[in-house]
Design a protein around this ligand. Structure first.
Ligand SMILES: Cc1ncc(COP(=O)(O)O)c(C=O)c1O
Length: 440
């Protein structure tokens, strides 16, 4: 029977500046929520996040297992809410695996994907019964030797690099001819099939093409390449006398994450409904009951859900004036180090949270860290800014706090969740004592 595809789902568009400013004004009115020590605050809209999760759940077959990539935003309150909305979690390190377990996700709904798992980590994961995606043939051999494998409820898959090429951002493209991830399909075809013959417990294939910058066509091409190979493996298994399995061995197909996200108003958003439709048209067999789809979206769910508000501390007058704010490369590592690849829209409000309009002028927006490249914008047109206004950095919910840099020992800002009309604290502002303790 076919799991039909795809109802359009409801995909909220990224929050507008008006919506963000409205939330800021409401937050400023809550006594004690934002205080004078909060030179910067991170907001995360949990209801927006949940609607993105529901959009994913709505366009794939009902038996699919959707895991959310912890690395995109590992805040415990964020993970707990995602799990409560029916998501599993994808963990890329032992600590992320513990975060996933602590968030209440059932082990069978957690994928452990670290590319450098130690024997101890693998033994722990097998003992917990989480899904494990091995990154290499060498890792499979290590799993095979672990006594915990025998009693384990874990489903085990193998990550394949389909070698379909780069997206627009080389640093986050992982399916080119060479990648540090996965087993390269073209070179290792025979060895991969031999692994399925040797290891009857190997039940899944995993593919992740890349993150932002990978067009849908590349994602679909990579998945189709690996899926065609998966069907070939199953045919060979069925025909193989040496295999302990005469029936279908391979039934879990993990399509990874990587759905690009809209960071600019003039960029048409990619919808998960379009993605699922494109997969359905190209690989209809994947959507039947013969297969269980897994996914590992991160950015698509989290990026637009978050934004950062920083007090403008100074406006330093010059040929091009500089707006000095309290977040820079500590929170926006990619933006500051690779400005041509990564972008965030900015706007400013006055001290009471009303959007500033009027004649614009060019500004540099500089962070607080001690190096010249610590800039959120090298040139951006904004209305006249003054000290005490707020700068808002949009689409900051993914790969920002999770990439926090300790350089210059700045305190991690408070994180406030907005959820419908209510606010809760996801993380309090880091204290000076905690920063000092970090350094021993
Ligand atoms: C294996 C794997 N799965 C999922 C993701 C999440 O990707 P994205 O946040 O682009 O959806 C990543 C990102 O690096 C990844 O490496």
């Amino acid at each position: 029977m076919s799991n039909s595809c795809c109802c359009p789902g409801t995909e909220p568009a990224r929050p507008t500046p008006e919506e963000i400013a409205g939330i800021l004004r409401r937050a400023l009115a809550v006594p004690g929520l934002i205080d004078a020590g909060d030179s910067a605050v991170i907001f995360h809209d949990l209801s927006f996040m949940v609607s993105r999760c529901q959009a994913i759940q709505g366009v794939f077959p009902t038996n699919a297992l959707h895991t959310l990539a912890v690395k995109a935003n590992p805040l415990a309150g964020v993970l707990r809410r995602a799990v409560a909305s029916g998501m599993g979690l994808e963990a890329a390190s032992l600590a992320e695996l513990h975060l996933a377990l602590a968030s209440g996700a059932p082990p069978a709904r957690i994928a452990f994907d670290s590319p450098v798992k130690t024997s101890e980590e693998l033994a722990f994961a097998l003992g917990q019964g989480v899904h494990i995606n091995a990154d290499s043939l060498e890792e499979l051999a290590r799993i095979a030797d672990l006594p915990q494998l025998r009693e384990s409820a874990s489903v085990i898959g193998l990550r394949i690099n389909p070698q379909v090429g780069f997206g627009a951002i080389a640093q986050t493209s992982v399916a080119a001819g060479y990648s540090k991830f996965g087993v390269p399909l073209h070179e290792k075809r025979r060895e991969i099939i031999a692994a399925f013959t040797r290891y009857p417990w190997l039940r899944g294939l995993h593919v992740h093409i890349g993150s932002q910058g990978c067009p849908l066509s590349l994602l679909v091409k990579g998945i189709k390449t690996v899926f065609t190979f998966a069907e070939e493996i199953n045919e060979q298994m069925a025909a193989s006398e040496s295999s302990a399995w005469t029936d279908k061995q391979l039934e879990v197909f993990d399509i990874g994450g990587g759905l690009p996200v809209c960071y600019r108003d003039d960029q048409p958003p990619v919808t998960v409904a379009r993605y699922a439709n494109s997969l359905y048209e190209t690989i209809p067999e994947l959507f039947t009951d013969n297969w269980r789809i897994m996914s590992e979206f991160g950015r698509f769910v989290q990026a637009n859900a978050g934004w950062v508000v920083s007090r403008i501390e100074y406006v330093k007058k010059g040929a091009t004036s500089t707006i000095a704010v309290h977040v820079g490369a500590d929170l926006f590592l990619r933006r500051c180090y690779r400005p041509d690849d990564w972008h965030h829209d900015l706007f400013i409000t006055d001290a009471s949270g009303h959007i500033k309009t009027g004649r614009q002028q060019p500004y540099v927006v500089a962070g607080p860290l001690c190096f010249a490249g610590d800039m959120l914008a090298r040139r951006v047109n904004l209305p006249t800014a003054q000290a005490g206004d707020f700068l808002i950095v949009r689409d900051a919910g993914a790969y920002t706090l999770s990439m926090w840099s300790r350089y210059n020992s700045r305190q991690i800002p408070k994180v406030i969740a907005c959820d419908g009309d209510s606010f809760t604290l996801l993380r309090r502002r880091e204290s000076l004592k905690e920063v000092l303790a970090f350094w021993g």
